[in-house]
Each structure stands twice: as structure tokens, then as C-alpha cells.
Design a protein around this ligand. Structure first.
Ligand code: ADP
Ligand code: MG
Length: 214
């Protein structure tokens, strides 16, 4: 990062870091999903993000909107589980809001993240406390905005977002799931972290990592 903007290369780094994190933690995400789902979240996320990084390695997108259109469409088409369309919609809306630009300033990055969250809600109808990825994503984006409002740069804001995502993820442990496959378990879903909230913490860890690099 130079002069407070985020480049296309840094956004590609964000996606590569996310791929690495979900690939390294594939077994862990699957273990979480085996407790309250169908044991495929690690495979879904790793397959989806490997497909994304392969696709963008050859497609040579020139704007943020193009890049994230490819990302979103690849996730929707390569991941069978609920998480594919949900993350896919997150990235599609992120790109639409970012627009046909080659770099993002802090307010545009914030608005794009917020739009991505709106896409997840439009698609999955989750609310706070439903024990889903929303419970990590929403506080992360609130923290991102709050940190920017103090005058901090995007790198510090992304670190604050990652920390808030981890707290949100951890808070899903005792919750009873009200959305998705885990909701079929009723009260038995309590006592386990939500897999999607856990992968969302990796999404913000990846962003913080990508923006920390000059
Ligand atoms: P599936 O549930 O189809 O097997 P995954 O295992 O890949 O898909 O993803 C499960 C995760 O998806 C859950 O842990 C949860 O975070 C998220 N999820 C499921 N349904 C919703 C929803 N309606 N809104 C938001 N997130 C959801
Ligand atoms: Mg699953």
C-alpha cells in the first residue's frame, strides 16, 4: 500500500491468502462441519478458492469489478454447499460496489465490504445470533468502519476487522443454529463453533495480511 489506496494486486493477494488459509485449515473446517453439518465446509472452501485463484491467474482482469465478478461466479459454480452461493454473492456485490476501477480508497473498500455483507443477508436471510458466517462478518465490518472513523488507515482497519471476526466466531460456540444445515440439530448445535463463521475469520485474517504488505 502506498498513499492509503488498495491496489488490484493487493486484492489478488487477499484472495491468495484466503485460499492458503482455507487450504491449510481444510481439515479443521471439515471437523467443525462434521459436528453440526455434513463435513464438507473445508472441502467446499478449499476447492472454491483454488478454483478462484486458478481462474484469475489466467483471466487477467483489469478492474476490481471484473476481478470480483470472476471470483463470485467461480465460487457459485464450483462449490456445491450453501457457502458457495453465500461467499459468491459476497464477492459479486463487493465488486459491483467497488466498480470499474484499478484501486480502492478506504471509503470505497468499506462500502464494498458492507455491500458484500448485504449480499450474504439478501441470499441467506441470516440475522445476528443465528450462528452463521454473518456473526463474524457483521462485527468485522462494523469494526472496519469504526477504525477508519478514528483516522486509521485501511491496514489498521483490516486488523481491527480480523480481531472482531475472531470474537464473533468464538461467540457462535454456545449459540443454537437458526439457519442452514446446523439448524436441523436444534439445541444439539450448541457447543460447537460455526464453520462458516470460522472461515469468515480467515477471510478477514487474509485481508489484514494482504494490506499489511507494502
Ligand atoms: P452446507 O451447509 O450446504 O454443507 P457449507 O458446509 O460449505 O455448506 O457451509 C456451512 C456454513 O454456511 C455454515 O456454517 C454457515 O456459516 C453458513 N450458512 C448456512 N446457511 C446460511 C445462511 N442462511 N446465511 C448465512 N450463512 C449461512
Ligand atoms: Mg456443510
Amino acid at each position: 500500500m502506498t498513499d492509503g489506496t488498495v491496489s488490484l494486486a493487493q486484492l489478488v493477494d487477499w484472495l491468495s491468502h484466503f485460499r492458503d488459509l482455507v487450504t491449510e485449515n481444510r481439515a479443521y473446517l471439515t471437523e467443525l462441519d462434521s459436528a453440526i453439518g455434513d463435513a464438507d465446509h473445508g472441502a467446499n472452501m478449499a476447492r472454491g478458492m483454488v478454483a478462484v485463484t486458478e481462474k484469475i491467474g489466467t483471466a487477467q482482469e483489469t478492474t476490481v469489478a471484473d476481478l470480483f465478478k470472476t471470483v463470485g461466479m467461480t465460487l457459485v459454480s464450483s462449490v456445491g454447499g450453501a457457502s458457495g452461493p453465500l461467499y459468491g454473492t459476497f464477492f459479486l456485490r463487493f465488486g459491483t460496489t467497488a466498480g470499474a476501477v484499478t484501486e480502492l480508497d478506504a471509503p470505497t473498500l468499506a462500502a464494498s465490504l458492507r455491500a458484500g455483507l448485504g449480499g450474504v443477508v439478501a441470499r441467506g436471510k441470516a440475522e445476528a445470533g443465528d450462528k452463521t458466517m454473518f456473526d463474524a462478518m457483521s462485527p468485522a465490518i462494523d469494526a472496519f468502519d469504526a477504525e477508519l472513523a478514528t483516522g486509521a488507515d485501511v491496514s489498521a482497519a483490516a486488523t481491527a476487522a480480523f480481531e472482531a471476526a475472531e470474537l464473533g466466531r468464538d461467540a457462535t460456540g454456545p449459540l443454537v443454529a437458526r439457519k442452514g444445515r446446523a439448524s436441523y440439530l436444534g439445541d444439539r448445535s450448541a457447543g460447537h463453533l460455526d464453520p462458516g463463521a470460522t472461515s469468515t475469520a480467515f477471510l478477514f485474517q487474509a485481508l489484514a495480511g494482504a494490506l499489511a504488505e507494502a
